[in-house]
Design a binder for this molecule. Structure first.
Ligand code: COI
Length: 355
């Protein structure tokens, strides 16, 4: 593990007064973690420094060819005031898998985890207190070579920034409306769908904007080949409840292997729900929904936690779940997951890392 230097900021920002208005990802803390990579030195110069702008050459590879990957994780404040992370090593391991696909170097996961812990200790006062709030963690890796040839960069920067957040969606745990996207696709097999690369999100923005104009929070992506099968929402994986059975799209290379997805599947089984990962035709979702067999739909993600779907629209076919309210399965899983994250329930799976 690399040694980590700490330079404290001389000008601390004012912390948000009203934690009910934090929203998502608009406020950033006083410090950040950085380490750099080059082929001679590997990862080096691990440091915590005041939050700052980067100066970049306009010909930097990341700007033109998008060699950029990121992660999302959270730090929670428990009732006794202690701070805890949820499965942070799973995020760093996934970043290394994303890096491999994007021709980027494997992350020094050990230094990244230690850097994160030290950064959180420096920023402890930024972890909000109110129920449902947390300190969102955004680890990111970008390429920094200056060249216009389409080649992998030789140099990279890894950094972690922190943002106190409330709920990702405006209405908190209120169900969201989702629009089934049948024109654009997010990813194809063999592509980068399973990575958390910036380009996946860039490709999703137009469809998201169109959906928002129609009054929908997000789009549900279908597979990139036949446009028949459910993939993911982009900011979350999708799950469907048939009474006590939970069904979710199997990991096929084009959807993100969500850490919340994995945690929810594990918790669901431990709570006695049956789970199945399979290819899910969108036509079956609508048929089963109208027939009353499919009782709930919800998304899972670090930012979104568990987000019940109140309405699903495909062309002019509309499905309403649970009268537009949260259903019992989503509520139970939300209570269990957040209970562990906020230290109210025992952590039987050893997912919590105390700061
Ligand atoms: C997360 O859930 O942390 C994400 O990265 C999704 C999104 C906000 C891009």
């Amino acid at each position: 593990m690399l040694p980590i230097s700490i330079t404290l900021s001389e000008h601390l920002k004012e912390k948000p007064q009203d934690e009910s208005k934090l929203g998502f990802g608009r406020i950033f803390t006083d410090h950040m973690f950085i380490m750099d990579y080059d082929p001679e030195n590997g990862w080096h110069d691990a440091r915590i420094v005041p939050y700052q702008n980067f100066s970049m050459d306009p010909a930097s590879v990341v700007i033109h060819y998008g060699q950029a990957i990121f992660e999302g994780s959270k730090c929670y404040r428990t009732a006794d005031g202690s701070l805890q992370l949820f499965r942070p090593s799973a995020n760093f391991a996934r970043m290394t898998r994303s890096a491999e696909r994007m021709g980027m170097p494997a992350l020094d996961e050990e230094t990244a985890l230690e850097g994160l812990k030290q950064l959180i200790r420096v920023e402890a006062d930024w972890v909000p207190h109110q129920e449902g709030t947390s300190l969102y963690i955004r680890p990111t890796m970008i390429s920094t070579d200056v060249q216009l040839g389409v080649h992998a960069s030789k140099t990279y920067r890894f950094f972690i920034i922190l943002s106190p957040v409330g709920s990702y969606y405006k209405n908190g745990l209120q169900p969201v409306s989702i629009y089934v996207e049948d024109k654009y696709v997010r990813a194809v097999r063999g592509g980068t769908g399973f990575t958390k690369c910036a380009g996946n999100y860039a490709a999703s923005i137009l469809a998201g904007e169109i959906a928002e104009k129609k009054g929908y929070s997000q789009v549900l992506w279908l597979d990139g080949v036949e446009q028949k099968y459910v993939e993911e929402v982009g900011s979350m994986n999708m799950m469907f409840a048939y009474g006590n059975k939970i069904v979710t799209p199997m990991l096929n290379g084009s959807i993100l292997p969500g850490i919340t997805r994995d945690s929810i599947l594990t918790l669901a089984r431990q709570l006695g729900y049956e789970t199945e990962e399979k290819r899910i035709a969108i036509s079956d979702v609508f048929a089963d929904g109208h027939a009353g067999k499919l009782t709930e739909a919800f998304g899972t993600g670090t930012a979104a936690v568990i987000s019940p779907v109140g309405e699903l629209l495909m062309e002019d076919d509309k499905l309403i779940f649970q009268d537009g309210k949260i259903g019992p399965v989503a509520q139970k899983l939300y209570d269990t997951l957040t209970g562990i994250q906020y230290g109210r329930l025992p952590d039987e799976n050893h997912w919590i890392v105390k700061i």
